[in-house]
Design a protein around this ligand. Structure first.
Ligand code: GDP
Length: 199
């Protein structure tokens, strides 16, 4: 697993603080509490890697993790969305930063959108998929916390989400079940990201 030795690199809250735009990176997005940190930790086989993204003051930053064996390859943890608590002008600043990031960032090779399998495809999830589609970037949906549903129910949700996505985002979006708890789907995710990052 090329992600096992991922480590924290930096946190950026303006475009100027981003690493040089010459590598390969994959962005992780998701509603707060969807399970994004847990998914990153499971992928990277580390218990507290993405906790750094949640420390106060970092919740409004892009957090970069680097892969020591592969130069210029990054995992980027985007701030969790869906918190009404964020003041509106800050929200607007963020919206602009993220839009700009999606529009201009050459290194960006794909987007992972993490959704709680029990609450998939909320409005802002679609917004993120839209940003990726506008750039012609591939996106991959993780339906996480799959362990919280029975196999039948999880499978039904997967089918339903897959059908909706292929209607709304034809061709560009893949989807899988995932669980940080049981590690279901970790290898599938690692394979997709390895492809995007040319590892
Ligand atoms: P984030 O805000 O999207 O980074 O979400 P977290 O990763 O912090 O997860 C939010 C809550 O969901 C925490 O209490 C996690 O323990 C729990 N959680 C995350 N992933 C899973 C999972 O795959 N299975 C179960 N059962 N709980 C999970």
């Amino acid at each position: 697993n090329p992600f096992a030795r991922a480590r924290y690199l930096l946190a950026a809250h303006t475009a100027r603080q981003l690493p040089a735009d010459g590598g390969f990176e994959v962005a992780f997005a998701g509603r707060s509490n969807a399970g994004k940190s847990s998914a990153l930790n499971a992928l990277c086989q580390q218990n507290a890697l993405a906790r750094v993204s949640k420390t106060p003051g970092r919740t409004q930053q892009l957090v970069y993790f680097e892969l020591p064996q592969a130069a210029g390859r990054y995992l980027v943890d985007l701030p969790g969305y869906g918190y009404a608590k964020v003041p509106q002008d800050l929200q607007a600043h963020w919206q602009a930063f993220i839009e700009d990031y999606f529009r201009r960032r050459q290194a960006l090779r794909g987007l992972v959108v993490v959704m709680d399998v029990r609450h998939p495809l909320k409005d802002y999830d679609r917004q993120m998929l839209d940003y990726a589609q506008q750039r012609g970037l591939p996106a991959h949906v993780l339906l996480t916390k799959a362990d919280k549903l029975g196999r039948g129910a999880a499978g039904n949700t997967l089918q339903a989400v897959r059908a909706t996505l292929s209607r709304e985002f034809p061709g560009a979006v893949s989807v899988q079940l995932f669980s940080a708890e049981t590690r279901q789907g970790v290898e599938t995710l690692a394979e997709i990201l390895s492809g995007w990052l040319a590892l």
